[in-house]
Design a protein around this ligand. Structure first.
Ligand code: GDP
Length: 469
């Protein structure tokens, strides 16, 4: 973590350049003193030091006689602000020049430039949010799809923290039972039934496993689900890719500031982002694809979560099945989805399609789809199939899903420690070793939320068990 410097008053532009309005944010104990030197309220007898929190006032930012801008300032009084400190937000006209001048003035009058994330860091230090919530703020700002937004907002509002708190309080209760036995070790008392302890800790481990297990989905939502389009040359892969990408580009390229590059090869379906892997060869319709060879295709398949295998209706069914089978072999035991897409339905009649349907054998969880990329037919069904693969995968809409690698790693440690507790209990390992693993699990949970104390375990013992009685 960065060095903490809570006594300084920090300031920073809070909005990106380019909009009609910009926001400059200042937080710290000298906020009101500093703003008084540069801001002059329109209503002359306003006393800035007497203003209540959540007040907005109109006025001018001046450098002595020079008028810099007409602005609105919002007043926040500690602890009722984002950071928990006295804060002021200046809404000015959205000109980089004005923002720079205002920043200069604030700095000259005693503020210091905030470091990246410093406002949120202060919010965490001042107990406005825990670490995982602070991290969610960054995710929220970066979220580009409905689903990534949903995860981030749930986490910021404390959904994840709630789950961690639940795990933690269960573990503390458990630890207090074990520690109590330790305290009375010489008298050889057993306060708790071992079987009960085992079932209790198994349940907690399941919770932790489930949270950790959600990371695969959470990560896919956050970074986009990797999709590989494979198949023999001329089956229509690049045509299909273009059909999938085109609608997207039409929507996004109208939003100023988005470059075509940044949306290259991603498509959002039902709020989830799909990222097409390694499409350079696809676009190039010359024989590059052949020269790239099998190895390149295999690498693509290994990187993907979804494989779209494209073939055409006039292809021999035996060959289609062979190709599908070779992909199944490669991906056996891996969590990958294969969708067999038979293209160019416009070049044959319905009876041929029916015949092909009966000859091509999709695997258990696979889809077999017939499309005409050229005529934009069957594309919606293909999108539905993609959406279905992930949206209901063991996790419902209201389940907490983790998408942060740090949380995932900590949870994996929690699960490992709890696994040792379960086997330790079953094998009658001494209490002090079990207590050690429990403490480790609590420690890792504390790493997620940013609060770790072993005093808390003691505190919990005295609260739950009235020893003096
Ligand atoms: P790729 O080599 O797999 O990327 O295949 P392309 O997308 O370059 O397509 C090869 C040829 O098939 C091109 O001439 C396309 O116009 C044509 N094609 C692609 N999709 C269809 C389709 O749905 N129907 C028909 N009739 N032709 C198609």
């Amino acid at each position: 973590m960065q060095m903490i410097r809570n006594d300084e008053t920090i300031c920073a532009p809070a909005t990106a350049l380019g909009g009609a309005v910009s926001l400059v944010r200042m937080s710290g104990q000298a906020s009101f003193e500093i703003i008084r030197t540069v801001f002059f309220p329109s209503r002359k007898n306003t006393d800035l030091s007497k203003l209540k929190g959540f007040t907005i006032i109109h006025g001018e930012i001046r450098n002595r006689d020079e008028l810099i801008d007409e602005v609105l300032i919002s007043i926040f009084r500690a602890p009722y602000s984002y950071t928990g400190e006295d804060s002021v937000e200046i809404s000015c006209h959205g000109s980089p020049f004005i923002v720079t001048r205002i920043m200069e003035l604030l700095l000259r009058n005693g503020a210091v430039a905030a470091r990246p994330g410093e406002f949120t860091q202060r919010a965490f230090i001042n107990g406005k949010m825990d670490l995982s919530q602070a991290e969610a703020v960054a995710d929220l700002v970066a979220s580009g799809t409905t689903e990534s937004h949903r995860i981030a907002i749930q986490q910021m509002r404390g959904g994840f923290s709630g789950e961690i708190a639940k795990l933690r309080s269960e573990l503390l209760r458990f630890a207090s039972l074990i520690e109590l036995e330790l305290d009375f070790g010489e008298e050889d008392v057993e306060f708790a039934d071992r079987n009960e302890l085992i079932s209790m800790i198994t349940r907690v481990k399941e919770l932790s496993d489930r949270l950790a297990g959600s990371f695969r989905l959470g990560n896919a939502i956050r970074n986009g689900i990797p999709v590989a389009i494979v198949g023999k040359p001329n089956s229509g892969k690049s045509t299909l890719l273009n059909v999938l990408l085109n609608e997207e580009k039409a929507i996004v390229s109208d939003i100023p500031g988005t470059t075509r590059d940044s949306i290259e090869d991603t498509v959002v379906i039902s709020g989830m982002m799909y990222r097409f892997i390694d499409t350079a060869g696809l676009r190039d319709t010359t024989d590059v694809i052949e020269s790239l060879g099998i190895q390149r295709t295999n690498e693509k398949i290994m990187k993907a979560s979804v494989i779209l295998m494209v073939d055409e209706v006039l292809e021999d069914a035996v060959k289609i099945n062979q190709r599908a089978e070779s992909i199944r072999k490669m991906t056996e035991g891996l969590e990958k989805h294969l969708i067999i897409v038979i293209n160019k339905t416009d070049t044959c009649d319905a009876s041929h399609i029916e015949k092909l349907k009966s000859l091509v054998m999709p695997g258990k969880a696979e889809s077999l789809l017939f499309i005409s990329a050229k005529n934009n037919q069957g594309i919606e069904t293909l999108k539905d199939s993609l959406a279905k693969l992930f949206l209901n995968e063991n996790y419902g809409r209201n389940d907490v899903i983790i998408s942060n690698l740090r949380h995932y790693e900590a949870l994996t440690h929690v699960s490992d420690s709890l696994g040792r507790v379960v086997s330790g209990l079953a094998e009658n390992v001494p209490d002090d070793l079990i207590a050690m693993d429990i403490r480790q699990a609590i420690h890792y949970l504390g790493e997620i939320t940013g609060e770790i104390t072993s005093d808390e375990i003691l505190g919990n013992i005295f609260r739950n068990f009235c020893i003096g009685k």
